[in-house]
Design a protein around this ligand. Structure first.
Ligand code: NAP
Ligand code: GLV
Ligand code: GLV
Length: 318
């Protein structure tokens, strides 16, 4: 029987499928297995089902002797050394599509929360600081009818665009390729990054983390943004230079930010970014709905099993 290591307790939908077909070992802790554990576990197994919190780098892959498949419980796969896996003939799969709407919902929630200081206002109300309805109490940015710039107009970026359309927004996008369907359905206009940064009231990032996107938004990019701009990042933290973001907020170069992802996760509780009332944060919960996580578990398990059975997986990472 094939041996499979699952690096965290994923929903039962996925574990059940795996247990029916393989000898399954699950890492039961709340925090990810350390590298020593991965190096040890990977030696014997045929299948690895891992999370975005597990760096599957060249050293870990080198230790694999019989590994046929790595099924990543995420759509982003920047945690895996894809070249090395390919070199070793290991198939890598991910979970695209099923998490698109949930992640776009969270991105839009962060956009609204950051624009209207909802978290700061909530804290203020609970703290008993509310004295009276105030003409200038918690003034924020108008959302309806404004311009949104989408960086990375793939599945989630397009889903975000559809939501923005419901708020009668003008849409700009920056993407590697042109997206005729998105343009047709939402009237979105493809522009260079510079123009997007200059003209957008809201900027939402939905590109994968890769060599081209790492640190894509730095000091220069913040200076190009409107002083009233709101930045939303639900893609990967390292796409934004976090120090430059803090400076842009402190120097009032932008209005606010909504962040689900961070350069280092978890972000340190003493990080100055967390002291800023214009920042709304979440602990990387873009895909965290009951239904989506169940679908991801099923999808990840099915593709892992497909490869072990010598079949083509539905979602190979190319
Ligand atoms: P996707 O469909 O592959 O979309 C990514 C888009 O980014 C594509 O349209 C791609 O262009 C574009 N892109 C890639 N490199 C680029 C570059 N250098 N410059 C400009 N555009 C570039 O992926 P998705 O399913 O929407 O997911 C996007 C990302 O969201 C994932 O990679 C993941 O990191 C993140 N994510 C986060 C959460 C969360 O919990 N916060 C949940 C799900 C996903 P082409 O179409 O031309 O290839
Ligand atoms: C989550 O961040 C994912 O990439 O699925
Ligand atoms: C506010 O509550 C209003 O009625 O204008």
């Amino acid at each position: 029987m094939d041996k499979v290591f699952v690096t965290r307790k994923i929903p039962e939908e996925g574990l059940k499928l795996l247990r029916e077909n393989c000898e399954v070992k699950v890492w039961e802790e709340e925090v990810p297995p350390k590298k020593e554990v991965l190096l040890e576990e990977i030696k014997e197994i045929q299948g690895l089902l891992c999370l975005l919190t597990d760096p599957i780098d060249a050293e870990v892959l080198e230790a694999a002797q019989n590994l046929k498949v790595i099924s990543n419980y995420a759509v982003g796969y920047d945690n895996i050394d894809i070249e090395k896996a390919k070199e070793k003939g290991i198939v890598v799969t991910n979970t695209p599509g099923v998490l698109t709407e949930a992640t776009a919902d969270l991105a839009f929630a962060l956009l609204l929360a950051a624009s209207r200081s909802i978290v700061a206002a909530d804290n203020y109300t609970r703290a008993g600081k509310w004295k009276s309805w105030g003409p200038k109490l918690f003034l924020g940015q108008e959302v309806f009818g404004k311009t949104i710039g989408i960086i990375g107009a793939g599945r989630i970026g397009s889903a975000m665009a559809r939501r923005a359309k419901g708020f009668a927004m003008e849409l700009l996008y920056y993407n590697r390729s042109t997206k005729p369907r998105l343009e047709r359905e939402t009237g979105a206009k493809k522009v260079e990054l510079e123009q997007l940064l200059q003209e957008s009231d809201f900027i939402s990032i939905h590109a994968p983390l890769n060599n081209q996107t790492e640190n894509m938004i730095g000091p220069r990019e913040f200076r190009l943004m409107k002083k009233t701009a709101v930045l939303v990042n639900t893609a990967r933290g390292a796409i934004v230079n976090q120090r430059a973001l803090l400076e842009a907020l402190e120097n009032r170069e932008i209005f606010a930010a909504g962040l689900d992802v961070f350069a280092e996760e978890p972000i340190n509780k003493n990080d100055p970014l967390l002291q800023n009332p214009r920042v709304v944060v979440a602990p990387h919960i873009g895909s965290a709905t009951f239904a989506t996580r169940d679908k991801m578990a099923q999808m990840a398990a099915q593709d892992l099993l497909a490869v072990l059975e010598g079949k083509k997986p539905r979602n190979p990472v190319s």
